[in-house]
Design a protein around this ligand. Structure first.
Ligand code: ASP
Ligand code: MG
Length: 417
């Protein structure tokens, strides 16, 4: 039997009527001849509520009990979905993570998959069941405790099942009809893409396009799982974006999308010594403090004086704005401990990151020049630049973020197919 994985996010199972709407989509695929593994999220808002209950009960909560509580939202929707399908005459059975079992690491709250043995679900299909409804977001540790995968983890559950069961495709049903060239709320000219390559989706997902959990895209790329992102509230032909291998995309534009992330901060250590080991003395303590450093620039200091003899340099890096306090403390501690010397730590919390992404950049020159020209034309000052093979990112003042996104969308003509 050909097999499909269909994943329904929180808004697609938000109440009983929506569960019925989703169940009809499953029934249609069964009627087309598929066995189906359905992965469900909790009803929208449920996981937040459960997390809130845990935090109100215990400040320094036991992560095992956090998982026991927050995994429960998916158990409810899995059972209800199976019941609804049965009511419609579709033989369906629900599965919690431990029943499959979905074996994960013991990192509670951010567990990773170890294995998903097929035997139990395959045996049920062999008995004549057409649908296995699996609770997303959860698994089982070697110690026999319930684990969860981190927020948004049901996407990753879906891809992992698609890989384990060699599914023909993995359909991710959500409340938007696909992946856009940029966020339509920021640029009204944003256009839905029919196809996008794994690598591009990975960059867009990690840059803040919130359609898919980044880990799910990594996993899909590794196992070449064809993913379709589509709306469960749209019955038109045009619904959906296919995330696939770049070979499936005949002609790709140089730039496929503009991504942004609003809540960035720029930090500069002024006058650090210019000698081997300095970068390690800065970024080691930041990593230990759990600070997620993104862009890094090292420059010969304008201010080539200070407390040090010999050459000095400035080190600039970006971090998420909510990690600034942690980064400042790590740098202060490193200074006090004599691990690193600097004159000053400057922090700018009013910056945003804007990036253009496209696999076509690999074979095309002049993309950076075009990007900088478009920003210059709008008088947007660039503070930090970083590039990779398929991405160019700039840090700019947050108040210009929307303007920059629109200017880049226009410059690369992303409104045109
Ligand atoms: N319910 C979980 C969350 O809200 C997992 C998911 O929906 O992907 O994060
Ligand atoms: Mg989600």
């Amino acid at each position: 039997m050909p097999l499909l994985v269909m994943k329904f996010g929180g808004t697609s199972v938000a109440d009983l009527a929506r569960i019925e709407n989703a169940a009809k989509k499953v029934q249609a695929e069964v009627e087309r001849g598929y066995d189906v593994i359905v992965i469900v999220s909790a009803m929208s808002g449920k996981t937040n509520e459960l997390v809130g209950w845990v935090e109100q009960t215990s400040k320094l909560y036991d992560a095992r009990e956090y998982d026991a509580v927050v995994a429960s939202g998916e158990n409810v929707t899995a059972g209800l979905m199976a019941l609804r399908l049965q009511e419609m005459g579709v033989p369906a059975r629900s599965w919690q993570g431990w029943q499959v079992p979905i074996n994960t690491t013991s990192a509670h709250g951010s567990a990773r998959f170890i294995s998903i043995p097929r035997d139990n679900i395959d045996a049920k299909f062999a008995e004549g069941f057409k649908v296995a409804v699996v609770a997303g977001f959860q698994g089982l540790s070697a110690e026999g405790r319930i684990t969860t995968l981190g927020r948004g983890g049901s996407d990753t559950t879906a891809v992992a099942f698609a890989a384990a069961f060699s599914a023909e495709r993995c359909d991710i049903y959500t409340d938007v009809d696909g992946v856009y060239t940029t966020d339509p709320r920021v640029s009204p000219k944003a256009r839905k893409l029919d196809k996008i390559a794994f690598e591009e989706m990975l960059e867009l997902a990690s840059l803040g396009a919130k359609v898919l959990q980044t880990r799910s895209v990594e996993l899909a790329m590794r196992y070449k799982v064809r993913l379709r992102v589509l709306s469960s509230f749209d019955d038109s032909e045009n619904n959906g974006t296919l995330v696939c291998d770049e070979e499936e995309i005949m002609e790709s534009k140089v730039v496929s999308g503009v991504a942004f992330s609003r809540d960035e901060a720029k930090m500069t250590l002024v006058s650090v010594e210019d000698r081997p080991g300095v970068a390690s003395a800065i970024f080691g303590p930041l990593a230990e403090a759990g600070v997620n450093v993104d862009m890094i620039v090292q420059n010969i200091s304008e201010k080539n004086y200070g407390t040090h003899t010999g050459a000095v340099t400035d080190m600039t890096f970006s971090v998420p704005v909510n990690q600034v306090a942690r980064a400042q403390k790590a740098m202060k501690d490193a200074l006090d401990a004599g691990i690193v010397k600097y004159d000053e730590l400057l922090t700018d919390t009013d910056v945003a990151k804007v990036s253009v992404v496209g696999i076509g950049m690999r074979s095309q020159v002049g993309v950076a020049a075009k990007m900088f020209a478009a920003l210059a034309a709008e008088n947007v000052n660039i503070k930090v630049i970083a590039t990779s093979e398929i991405k160019i990112s700039v840090l700019i003042d947050r108040k210009y973020m929307e303007l920059a996104v629109q200017a880049l969308h226009d410059a690369f003509e992303l409104e045109k197919a």
